[in-house]
Ligand binder design. Structure first.
Ligand code: SF4
Length: 303
C-alpha cells in the first residue's frame, strides 16, 4: 500500500477585507502550514500577494495572536490582561447585556463590528445577528466605513453592487482614480491600468493626499477634503457645456434628470474652484477630457 503523502497543498483565498481577494496555496505537513504563496493559476491576481499578507503565516503563529478570551486586569492602556475561560467570558458579557437591557431596554445595546477578516460568521456578514435579533437590540449596518459609501452608490446608481469589471480597465483611454489609493489598497488593479497606459491611456488621480498612486499617475488633482461632490458637479457642468451628455442613456436609464441638471448648472467651474481649491482651468481641462474620451474608466474609492 502506498503511504499517504504527508505534505499537501491547500488552495484558498486571502480573507482580508480587500477587493483583490487573492487566491493562495498553503503547503501543509501533518496539519501544520509550512508555506504560503499566491496561486499563479488565478487569472486576476496571478500568483502575487501583497507585502501585508506574504508573511501571513507569521501572523498566524505569532505569540501575540489573540486565541482566548482575556479580561483587563489593570488600568486602561497598560496592556494588562489575564486569560479567562470561555464560560466566564460568556457569563460576563451576558450579565452586562442583561443589566443594560433591564435598566434601559434592549435598544440601549448597539452592536458594532468591522470587517478586518471576511467570512460568513464574521464582521458585517452576520456575526451575532441572531443573538441581537433575539435580544431586540438596536440595529445598524455595523460598520461606518464601506457601507456608507455603498448606500450612497445604491441611492445614486440604483444598486450598491455596481462597478466596472476591473479587468476591462485595460481598454480605457482615460482612467480616473477618484479617492482610490490603488497601489496600496487594490494593487492588482495596477496591472490593467499599466496595460491601458501602454495603449495610450492617461491616468488621473483625484485625492487630497499625494499617495503612492497619486505620485505614479499622469496627473494628480488634490481637492480640499470633503469637496468631491462639488468637483463632480463642476466636471458635469463642463460636460453639459460641451454638449457631450449621453441623451439616450439619460432618457432610457435615469430618473430626475431635470432636477439634477439644475443642480449641475448651479456649479460652474469658477464656483467649484473656490469650493475645492483647485485651479479653474484644471476643472475645465478634466471635464473636457471626460466629455471627449471614450472609453473612460472611473474607479471610485468608497469608505
Ligand atoms: S492584495 Fe493583499 S490583502 Fe488584498 S487580497 Fe491580496 S493578499 Fe489579501
Amino acid at each position: 500500500m502506498t503511504p499517504e503523502p504527508r505534505e499537501t497543498q491547500i488552495r484558498g483565498a486571502c480573507p482580508l477585507d480587500c477587493p483583490d481577494t487573492c487566491a493562495w496555496i498553503v503547503t501543509v505537513e501533518n496539519g501544520e502550514p509550512l508555506s504560503l504563496r499566491g496561486d499563479p493559476a488565478h487569472p486576476y491576481t496571478r500568483g502575487s500577494l501583497c507585502n501585508k499578507v506574504e508573511n501571513y503565516l507569521a501572523y498566524a503563529r505569532s505569540p501575540d495572536r489573540l486565541l482566548y478570551p482575556m479580561r483587563r486586569s489593570g488600568p486602561k492602556g497598560r496592556g494588562e490582561f489575564v486569560r479567562i475561560s470561555w464560560d466566564e467570558a460568556l457569563e460576563k458579557i451576558a450579565a452586562v447585556c442583561g443589566d443594560v437591557a433591564k435598566k434601559y431596554g434592549a435598544e440601549a445595546i448597539l452592536p458594532y463590528s468591522g470587517s478586518g477578516n471576511m467570512g460568513m460568521i464574521q464582521g458585517i456578514y452576520g456575526a451575532g445577528d441572531r443573538l441581537w435579533n433575539v435580544l431586540g437590540t438596536s440595529r445598524g449596518v455595523y460598520t461606518m466605513c464601506t457601507i456608507a459609501g455603498a448606500y450612497g452608490t445604491g441611492y445614486t446608481l440604483g444598486d450598491n453592487g455596481v462597478g466596472m469589471d476591473p479587468e476591462t480597465l485595460c481598454f480605457s483611454k482615460l482612467i480616473v482614480l477618484w479617492g482610490a489609493n490603488v497601489l496600496s489598497t487594490h494593487p492588482h488593479l495596477w496591472r490593467p491600468i499599466l496595460e491601458a497606459r501602454k495603449n495610450g491611456a492617461s491616468v488621473v488621480c483625484i485625492d487630497p493626499i499625494r499617495t503612492r498612486t497619486a505620485a505614479a499617475s499622469d496627473w494628480h488633482l488634490a481637492p480640499i477634503p470633503g469637496t468631491d461632490a462639488a468637483l463632480a458637479l463642476g466636471l458635469l457642468h463642463v460636460v453639459l457645456k460641451e454638449g457631450k451628455e449621453d441623451r439616450q442613456f439619460i432618457e432610457e436609464r435615469t430618473v430626475g434628470w431635470e432636477a439634477f441638471r439644475e443642480r449641475i448648472l448651479a456649479f460652474p467651474p469658477s464656483r467649484v474652484a473656490a469650493v475645492t481649491g483647485l485651479p479653474c482651468e484644471s476643472i475645465v481641462e478634466l471635464g473636457k477630457r471626460i466629455a471627449s474620451t471614450r472609453p473612460t474608466g472611473i474607479r471610485i474609492g468608497i469608505g
